[in-house]
Design a protein around this ligand. Sequence first.
Ligand code: FAD
Length: 367
Amino acid sequence: MSATDVFVIGGGPAGLAAAIATRQKGFRVTVADGSRPPIDKACGEALMPDALLAFERLGLSIPAGEASLLGGVRFLGAGLAMEAAFPSANGLSIRRTTLHRIMAERAAAMGVELLWQTVVTGIRGNEVRLGNRTFHSEWIVGADGVNSRVRRWANLDKQRHSRFRYAFRRHYCARPWTDRMEIYWGKRSQAYTSPVNDEEVCVAVASHDPELRLDEGLQEFPELHERLLRAEATSTERGAISCNRKLARVWRGNIALVGDASGTVDPITGEGIGLAFRQAVALADCLVTGNLGDYEAAHRRLAWRPLMMARLMLMLDGRPWLQRRTLSAFLDRPEVFRRLLALHVGAISPYEAAFDGLTLGWGLLRA
Ligand SMILES: Cc1cc2nc3c(=O)[nH]c(=O)nc-3n(C[C@H](O)[C@H](O)[C@H](O)COP(=O)(O)OP(=O)(O)OC[C@H]3O[C@@H](n4cnc5c(N)ncnc54)[C@H](O)[C@@H]3O)c2cc1C
């Protein structure tokens, strides 16, 4: 039987972040993932400024030329558009496969044992089973994504979640027309775009309709559709299911969950990966003291803001009249949009943004 201190199940962004963070604390760490690197996934591929801060705390950096600068956010809907720059630092857009390669290389360089194409088939006590092979590990981290089996095995599946949404993503060969992450609001869906490099744009469409694929969804957004009409697709369409999901608890015994396995925020926030990075840092701190109760508290604190922002933004979903009113109110008071974006990326607190919320509410009533 092999032995390690921390066994991480799942080597996506959350699992690699947890591996790097715990290795930084001196643990022996092993990661197993059923896929082969670099691992791709349906994603908007935006890293918000607060995600990059957590990324740096993990000792990670993105070499020049591997990502595109993300300067802010633009909302488009009902023939109106509103945009704002991020308050202080920029974000980045980066292909999932590039992000995965950078993180996996860093984990390997730090001495993390990486087992690719290795599916974990079960856990019991301190044992992790990989088919015929068994590992003994003091701690087990479930980073196996939205349909986590570790969550089920550890009896942590008690949860609340919003209605499922279905998202599809594809890349297009197109010179980016903005450094903003764009969110297009339609009757049935939203489209997101982010510039991932000098000649490629990532486009995703999300809706409650499992049948609404990317090509049909894009027709709701004539301006975007027109831009992409003659652009060559540079990746295949990939789908994913999303929702806002909150677990009753995220640990039991020696098992802790991180990333999408531990709950999800709707992709509209662009915050899933950053949240996973912050959770990984908090988890590593708590493994040092051996107190996973503290991790639970930190996890709740970290998830609160993205979940609140996801709920607020999704109030506009499927309500064109509210989209029009909201965008009109933002155009009347651009500083409100700016401050809400600052709240979204954690640059100001909800208390500091409370007045902006009231101003927006008043604007909606008058619009
Ligand atoms: C359409 C869409 C757009 C999004 N856009 C953004 C965005 O712009 N910015 C952002 O920050 N977030 C975004 N997100 C969210 C982000 O993609 C997720 O939060 C992030 O992928 C979570 O990472 P993870 O490592 O927890 O899970 P995953 O990336 O799903 O990784 C889980 C890993 O576990 C492995 N695994 C599963 N079971 C086992 C097993 N039994 N044994 C071994 N390995 C196993 C899988 O192979 C996989 O590699 C978006 C999500 C969607 C759906």
